[in-house]
Design a protein. Structure first.
Length: 429
């Protein structure tokens, strides 16, 4: 009847009864999934790097969620840890600039990438974890046949080497190149890529104990602690066509002095400022004051070229995504054709990150150091209590093979690093 509210009252009562008898557990928001990650808790030494349990990220708009299979360790990670990087992030922060893995989920407005694709990702942090959410513009599909370990080794190192040699250096047949820290990740990439050009003379500096591994790869290799400029002049009195300097400091002056007319000097790192486990203002000031002030008129008179390159700036600040994609495509073809193959120094689990970073700092690596989150630490029960500290042995090698298919805070407790000698003045190899 009009105005009769008995039906409404009955319906309301039934609704309230249903609500009151509903299982509360079914209405609660499910707890977020968790993952293991390598976290920088503050700037400083190795003790600031910890293994922690973090909420698993989700793929937001324009992002993809990657199940990480391998991560690259770079000298940039050491610079970040010490806090001497420009525009440092706020801590705590998940570390890692590159990883490879499988697409787990895709966010809205993502095209060209599907769940299940094998990919490489570059990201300003977040990569040293079991899962990483990355903007799709920084994600690149892996070619068929590429292992995850190779993928994590090829991105930053080979991309840097390719741009230095060909886009900035304009390397041509019959020319000569000097590259510092030739045994490291970028150095090994320079070795392989320079062989794609006929009759290139490659000079390199490396620690003495690495010379044997380089003798069949590099035309002339020198100990960085010796006067390599004098030795190069004995072979080539005019100097060299290209100098690729990742050290800065006094090596900048030496590199420019070695240039032939029309020679190109390229600075792509300042690792001479990292001499100890923690930041040293003395090393920073020394490196700064050792670099002579360069006069444009002097360059004009001498017909020499100076250039600088920073991949992090180009990718994350300058937004040169189409350019980076084109260079990655060239590298993928070279890999598929068997022309380049990353040299893997060792593969470590997350719990061995302290050893891995110390090995890189001490310039003991020959090639790339890889982190593999799928590898269980040795002595899993012991690893549940603490992260193993660095030692002189190569205990970080958990899995040497490059082929792979796809908690409480634990402190990475290193032994206090001893002051290093001339070897520690080199760049991250």
């Amino acid at each position: 009847m009009p105005g009769d509210s008995s039906d409404d009252t009955t319906t309301s009562a039934q609704s309230k009864e249903a609500t009151s008898t509903e299982d509360p557990a079914k209405t609660e928001t499910p707890a977020p999934k968790e993952m293991k990650a390598v976290v920088l808790t503050g700037f400083g030494g190795l003790k600031m790097v910890k293994i922690q349990t973090k909420p698993q990220p989700i793929a937001g708009e324009g992002q993809v969620l990657i199940r990480v299979k391998a991560c690259g360790v770079n000298f940039l990670d050491l610079v970040l840890r010490q806090g001497v990087i420009d525009n440092p992030p706020k801590t705590p922060v998940i570390m890692g600039y590159e990883c490879a893995g499988v697409i787990e989920a895709i966010g809205e407005k993502v095209e060209g990438i599907n769940v299940g694709d094998n990919v490489i990702a570059l990201s300003e942090g977040q990569c040293w974890a079991e899962f990483a959410s990355v903007p799709v513009k920084y994600v690149y599909k892996m070619p068929e046949g590429m292992s995850f370990h190779d993928a994590a080794a090829i991105a930053m190192n080979y991309l840097t080497a390719y741009i230095l040699l060909f886009d900035i250096g304009n390397l041509r047949a019959g020319q000569s190149v000097l590259a510092h820290c030739i045994a490291g990740g970028v150095g090994q990439a320079i070795i392989q890529l320079s062989k794609t050009v006929d009759n290139v003379t490659l000079y390199g500096t490396a620690s003495a104990h690495k010379h044997e591994s380089l003798k069949d790869k590099v035309t002339h290799v020198y100990d960085h602690s010796l006067d390599y400029t004098q030795e190069i002049r004995k072979i080539s009195p005019e100097g060299v066509d290209i100098v690729m300097d990742c050290l800065c400091g006094d090596d900048t002056n030496k590199g420019i002095s070695l240039l032939k007319p029309m020679g190109r000097y390229i600075l792509f790192g300042t690792s001479s400022v990292v001499t100890g486990e923690t930041k040293s203002f003395f090393s920073f000031a020394k490196s700064w004051w050792q670099v002579d002030k360069i006069s444009p008129l002097k360059l004009y008179d001498d017909n020499k070229f100076l250039a600088g390159f920073q991949l992090r700036q180009l990718l994350f600040r300058d937004n040169q995504h189409a350019y980076i994609q084109s260079q990655m495509d060239k590298l993928f073809k070279l890999y598929t054709d068997g022309i380049i193959k990353p040299v893997i120094d060792q593969v470590a689990c997350f719990e061995d990150i302290a050893e891995a970073m110390q090995r890189l700092h001490d310039r003991k690596n020959i090639g790339k150091i890889i982190l593999d989150p799928t590898v269980e630490p040795k002595g899993k029960s012991q690893a549940a209590d603490e992260v193993k500290a660095p030692s002189e042995s190569s205990a970080t090698t958990v899995a040497k093979s490059e082929e792979d298919t796809g908690a409480e805070s634990k402190e990475a407790k290193p032994e206090e690093a001893a002051e290093k000698t001339e070897e520690a003045a080199e760049n991250a190899e």
